[in-house]
Design a protein around this ligand. Structure first.
Ligand SMILES: Cc1cc2nc3c(=O)[nH]c(=O)nc-3n(C[C@H](O)[C@H](O)[C@H](O)COP(=O)(O)OP(=O)(O)OC[C@H]3O[C@@H](n4cnc5c(N)ncnc54)[C@H](O)[C@@H]3O)c2cc1C
Length: 379
């Protein structure tokens, strides 16, 4: 054995880290506070914008080829180039845990790790991976973290009209969006997210109820209530005193749309590899190279969004996703800056590799290297 690793949390980040570490010959023990797959709060859209993870092997509901995006107008966004899926996260995580077990990991469920136990874990294991999510065990309480705020219901109803599309709607009175992510014709996750400061005098749960009325869904039985905060700013230090932070514990969710499953999985794999190859000191740099640049790009788009009024946002979306050359004319009102952001948005949805001219991120190289090593990003 090459050494031992304790992984705190069996969410996407923890399970990807554990499985990869076990495959690389490390002795892995996972501690999960609840049962694997319990108490998940998620829209269950698997958005692998960096296209590094391949199709999810378990829990797939359908491949998402289009997103219906509404500002003032409706835009049908072609996502067929993206690695975008609707999954059942409980099923996916349970199967990943079984696979990790077969790869040699020991998983202890209903085993919460308290902050005061960290010291003991550090003595007993060579490395600790903190994958315990947004309120992470090893978090530095002094560090300022930016959050998105969400509320979500899983509803039973007739969602056949969406026909396998995801729906996202922006509204003028907050920076964020609400979503309808169907898991089947009869079930959907319907939620709302605010992506900057809380909106004064508004309660997010009251806003979700308003959304249900707007969508004619208020009579649908609620199967599950979820929501909470999503960390949307990367931790300054990703390795602290023998502990590697991954996923939400490292603040790796998207500042633009709140998705964090993909970055959780990728950071988990990177942490395991950094440990196995004896290069823990390079883990932070690897995360910044592969994930950080994408998050920076998304942050820039979010900042552009905050500068626009609702008409401007609609014009921006029309330029990015509308049809006909005339759509660019509408942007002249908003200047060259907005034109650049429209191009960025367009490239984002066509697969981020094509936005590398903007970010300097050479994704082709990253992906080629991963492939050369024999599909290093398996699901
Ligand atoms: C309402 C909502 C909707 C979302 N929708 C999407 C979406 O559609 N797509 C997307 O990509 N992202 C979405 N996200 C974000 C996504 O859920 C997270 O970014 C992702 O789950 C992060 O994975 P993680 O493994 O880092 O953390 P988590 O999934 O939170 O996993 C952490 C694990 O650690 C365990 N744990 C916690 N504390 C301890 C402890 N002390 N000891 C032991 N175990 C512990 C937890 O029980 C949990 O199993 C959404 C978030 C919210 C709130």
């Amino acid at each position: 054995m090459k050494g031992s690793v304790a992984v705190i949390g069996a969410g996407p980040a923890g399970l990807y880290a554990a499985r990869e570490a076990a495959r690389l010959g490390l002795n892995v023990t996972v501690f999960e506070k609840y049962g694997v797959g319990d108490k998940i709060s998620c829209g269950e859209g698997f958005f692998d914008l960096l296209n590094l993870l391949g199709a999810p092997s378990y829990g797939v509901r359908f491949r998402v080829r289009e997103v219906l995006l509404t500002v003032k107008d409706d835009f049908l966004v072609d996502c067929s180039n993206l690695n975008l899926w609707m999954i059942d996260r409980r099923e996916w995580q349970k199967a990943l845990a079984e696979e990790s077990g077969r790869a040699g990991c020991t998983i202890y469920e209903h085993w919460p790790v308290a902050a005061e136990h960290l010291g003991r874990l550090k003595k007993e294991y060579d490395w600790v991976i903190d994958a315990s999510g947004v309120k992470s065990v090893s978090s530095d309480k002094r560090e300022k973290v930016r959050f998105a705020y969400t509320a979500q219901y899983t509803l039973s109803g007739d969602f056949s009209g969406l026909n396998g599309r995801l729906k996202a709607v922006t509204e003028p009175h907050y920076t964020g969006y609400y979503w309808i992510f169907p898991k089947s014709d009869k079930e959907a996750n319907v939620g709302i997210g605010w992506f900057c400061k809380k909106t004064p005098n508004l309660s997010i749960s009251a806003e979700l109820k308003r959304v249900l009325r707007r969508e004619g869904l208020e009579a649908c039985p609620v199967l599950k209530k979820a929501g909470g905060i999503i960390p949307v700013s990367m931790a300054k230090q990703l390795v602290r005193d023998g502990t590697l932070l991954v996923g939400d514990a490292a603040g790796l969710a998207s500042p633009l749309h709140g998705g964090g499953i993909d970055t959780a999985c990728i950071s988990g794999v990177l942490a395991a590899r950094a440990i196995a190859s004896g290069q823990v000191n390079r883990y932070g740099e690897m995360v910044r190279q592969i994930i950080g640049r994408r998050l920076e790009l998304e942050q820039r788009i979010m900042e552009a969004w905050m500068l626009l009024d609702f008409d401007g946002l609609n014009d921006l979306m029309a330029a990015a996703f509308g049809s006909g050359l005339g759509r660019f004319g509408r942007l002249l009102r908003h200047g060259r800056f907005v034109l650049t952001q429209a191009a960025t948005l367009h490239y984002l949805t066509r697969g981020l590799a094509r936005a590398s001219w903007q970010t300097g991120l050479d994704l082709d190289r990253v992906t080629a290297e991963a492939e050369k090593e024999g599909r290093l990003w398996p699901n």
